[in-house]
Ligand binder design. Structure first.
Ligand SMILES: N[C@@H](CCC(=O)N[C@@H](CS)C(=O)NCC(=O)O)C(=O)O
Length: 228
């Protein structure tokens, strides 16, 4: 029996989630190993060139291969694994999709500041930046239900973990980021209901995210406390 792939993970990492979603969409069995990024184990530091998750451990005839960087992992899975195709065949369309995957990563960089800042003004500025980025996405969406229409793709795998943050943030305070973005709002809803998306995190994800905000004394969390 062939040993399965292993995804080195962190419970909250959106980049890990995109790889987990791609694996699930393709129906590839895999194991998950969670590490504490605040106390990275030595074995992890030895195999992770950037000290970041995700990593994908791929058993070889002798030893194993290790991939780092979520987009690289997703592209490798697309090229090697059977199951649903998550990229289009046409090179130009595929390249454009990769661009939107990068756009998702840019949103994640903004989100990191949005969720960790202790400064209410920075929070508000980032809220505007995020709204502008999602407005750009709104203009790109057409018929749905997914980014590119009927079929789930890697762009969906990138955006589902982004939207998941807001499912928790909305329980803290309504930031109204998607209020005037009906296509994005509908896309967000469809992605949240997708089995691969649900399975990409553990059930305690919301509590873990709130604890993370608390640990950072996040302005986002204080906005609820101020309102309460
Ligand atoms: N560009 C990387 C980003 C991965 C990343 O930022 N992972 C974070 C957790 S979400 C991490 O491992 N951070 C640990 C650190 O930077 O020390 C990818 O796409 O895989």
């Amino acid at each position: 029996m062939t040993a399965s792939l292993t995804l080195i993970s962190h419970h909250l990492c959106p980049y890990v989630q995109r790889a987990a979603i791609a694996l699930a969409e393709k129906g590839v069995p895999f194991e998950r190993v969670y590490i504490d990024l605040a106390d990275k184990p030595d074995w992890f530091l030895k195999i992770s060139p950037l000290g970041k998750v995700p990593l994908l451990r791929i058993p070889q005839d002798e030893g194993e291969a290790i991939l780092f960087e979520s987009s690289v992992i997703c592209e490798y899975l697309e090229e090697t694994q059977p199951g649903a195709k998550l990229h289009p065949a046409d090179p130009l369309t595929r390249a454009r999709r990769r661009g939107w995957m990068e756009f998702g990563s840019a949103i994640l960089s903004d989100l990191w500041i949005y969720e960790t800042t202790q400064d209410a003004e920075v929070l508000e500025t980032k809220r505007g930046v995020l709204m502008a980025k999602f407005a750009t996405v709104e203009a790109e969406l057409v018929d749905g239900p997914y980014f590119a229409g009927a079929d789930f793709s890697l762009v969906d795998a990138v955006f589902a973990p982004i939207f998941r943050y807001f499912d928790v943030f909305d329980t803290i305070s309504e930031a109204g980021i998607f209020d005037n973005l009906p296509r994005v709002a509908a896309w967000r809803k469809v992605l949240a209901a997708r089995a691969s998306v649900k399975a990409a995190v553990t059930e305690d994800y919301p509590e873990r995210l709130i604890a993370f905000l608390d640990k950072h004394n996040a302005a986002l969390l204080r906005s609820r406390r101020a309102a309460a």
